[in-house]
Design a protein around this ligand. Sequence first.
Ligand code: DGI
Ligand code: FE
Ligand code: FE
Length: 188
Amino acid sequence: FMEREQEILQVVKEKMPEKRYIHTLGVRDTAVLLAKRYGVDTDAAITAAIIHDIAKYADVQWMRQVVRDHELNPTLLQWGSEILHGPVGAVIAKEQFGIEDEDILNAIRYHTTGRVNMSKLEKIIYVADMIEPNRQFEGVERLRKLAEENLDKAMKACVKHTISFLVATEQCIYPLSIECYNDLMREE
Ligand code: DGI
Ligand code: FE
Ligand code: FE
């Protein structure tokens, strides 16, 4: 598996600036820690983590074509690369790397927005993406601490942070992000 990981990382590295690649390695390392902590397969966590941002710097027109060709949700066509890179990344994972595991594909697909009824792996990738060591924002330490204690509480706090950030910066909120937030707030 480690050889496969290095092969994928080599491809991933070429698709992004150095800084994003360092972020990718940070997400991998954090995802491994969380996977061990919460009893999730570490190879699955590594695979999802190293591929999650592969489409981040892809051309938006090309990503829109992927959405059409693969008949992904047509509402995606109204959104930019922030929302497109997850779903398109999952297509690349399947087509280019032959990943068939639906849980891994979902973790990549929903890593930006989250969704209703997320698996443990999906939550781990969402949370690891936000708290990996290179992330610096007000409140990240609290999220890191929560992630060590309780995955669901950490997920809830991370989604709350994302929604608050989007409101504060007057950005549109993708419907799945709102559904994810509602799902988490309804739980307990
Ligand atoms: O790709 P990363 O920067 O590692 O992180 P990400 O994929 O979680 O998020 C990318 C950006 O997308 C980040 O600035 C937050 C933003 N985002 C998350 N949910 C939404 C969103 N942007 C919009 N417009 N709407 C959302 O629902
Ligand atoms: Fe991302
Ligand atoms: Fe990321």
